[in-house]
Design a protein around this ligand. Structure first.
Ligand SMILES: [Zn+2]
Length: 414
């Protein structure tokens, strides 16, 4: 080959390499209060059927999303349900889920036992014949901080859980249906794998050419039991993909990257908060030690770089004790300085008797909200739904907040 052509080819390869690595990089973002997110060991629960043969009562954790570490008879009508976290230290979010049944129909009492320092948090949900319901408060007994529930057992197993179970398979079933027939607008991508080898899905959503269009990121389930936040994410995304005139106009102007399950290992392991690496993923948005965050950051950065676009807004759906929006204090230098105020005003206007609860502070620790701001000058919001907020309200909040976001943002671009 001619020397000149060879040289030219080499230059092209180098340029390509620089471009490609630039596009797939995950540059660390500094935070005021770094958190050590290197992988830590977790205890994997032993999957089995627990049998109290002499009283004919049984329990099982042999399903995804289960959490039951021990099942020990206290007396002939009461059992201790022993629940441990995946590792510690960890937040007070003692999640539990198990199925239970008996030889003959009978009432039976279940006392929740957590390690020292942890208190019962989640009101029990019961799944019978495929339907979830909240436990009747008449069947919940509190002594000091110890909670006991009374169940009517039958030969048919019923599932008892801190929150409705939405395993990685349930999530996949939901989105497979959602995106069916919408292939022109939504592309489902796998951006990498978790520690336990589960796929990390991402939706790439846009109408027409994505080049140069401002990017909005939506994510959820960094924390496994936070199912009410996931329900808001569902409604939000369903509204964006509803094929309404507003949604279609919005999608012709913006490019959405949506991550429906950030921590599938944690979800299926029935973890209280962490991933299979024993880490709170929402503290890993600085140097990305965990694969879930590393792959997510790379996918977002790649999209920004490839499309010569800008990330303008990121919304991360969670659950906590009550409905609240955590926002960043810094606004004027972000891509959308007026968005939060406009959005909150419109939410109050469009939801009857609704008052926005906002808590504003820049993130000192490496959370997604802080990463949107510090890494991209984007607006970052943690959208928290209360543990006990009912499904109808969650659905309404998710829907109206998506509609109002689309309305406000569509107006910013002619
Ligand atoms: Zn959370």
């Amino acid at each position: 080959m001619n020397k000149r052509i060879k040289l030219l080819l080499r230059i092209v390869v180098i340029i390509n390499l620089v471009f490609l690595t630039g596009c797939t990089s995950a540059k660390p973002i500094p935070f005021k209060s770094p958190v050590n997110t290197t992988t830590k060991p977790i205890t994997i629960q032993v999957k089995k059927v627990f049998s109290l043969n002499d009283v004919g009562v049984f329990a099982s954790n042999q399903f995804d999303g289960a959490r039951l570490n021990g099942f020990e008879k206290i007396n002939d009508s009461t059992v201790a349900v022993i629940i441990n976290p995946e590792n510690a230290p960890i937040n007070n979010s003692p999640y539990y889920a198990f199925s239970t049944w008996s030889n003959t129909p009978k009432p039976f009492y279940f006392t929740f036992i957590y390690p020292k320092g942890f208190k019962h948090r989640y009101v029990s949900k019961i799944k019978k014949d495929g339907d979830w319901s909240k436990i009747d408060s008449l069947n919940v007994f509190k002594k000091d901080s110890i909670v006991t529930i009374k169940l009517e057992l039958t030969e048919k197993p019923q599932t008892i859980s801190g929150q409705e179970i939405e395993s990685s398979t349930d999530v996949k079933n939901w989105y497979t249906k959602l995106i069916e027939g919408k292939e022109e607008v939504v592309k489902l991508k796998s951006i990498g794998k978790t520690i336990q080898g589960r796929k990390l899905p991402m939706f790439d959503i846009c109408k027409g050419d994505v080049k140069g269009k401002n990017i909005i990121v939506l994510l959820t389930r960094q924390h496994p039991p936070e199912v009410t936040g996931y329900y808001a994410f569902q409604s939000f995304l369903e509204t964006i993909l509803s094929d309404s005139a507003l949604a279609n106009e919005f999608l012709s102007k913006f490019h959405i990257l949506a991550f429906p399950i950030m921590n599938p290992d944690g979800v299926d392991l029935g973890n209280w908060r962490h991933n299979a690496g024993g880490v709170d993923l929402n503290r890993d948005w600085s140097i990305y030690n965990q694969p879930e965050i590393k792959h997510t950051v790379k996918a977002i950065n790649k999209s920004i770089c490839k499309n010569k676009a800008k990330l303008v807004l990121g919304i991360d759906f969670h659950s906590t004790w009550y409905d609240v929006f955590y926002t960043n204090k810094d606004r004027e230098n972000t891509a959308l300085p007026l968005f939060i105020d406009d959005w909150f005003i419109s939410l109050e206007k469009n939801i009857t008797n609704y008052k926005v609860n906002e808590q504003s502070a820049n993130s000192d620790q490496p959370t997604s909200k802080g990463w949107f701001l510090n890494g991209h000058n984007a607006v970052g919001i943690t959208y928290e739904i209360g543990d006990k907020t009912n499904y109808e309200n969650i659905h309404l909040f998710g829907k109206v907040s998506a509609e109002q976001m689309m309305k406000i943002l569509t107006k910013t671009i002619n």
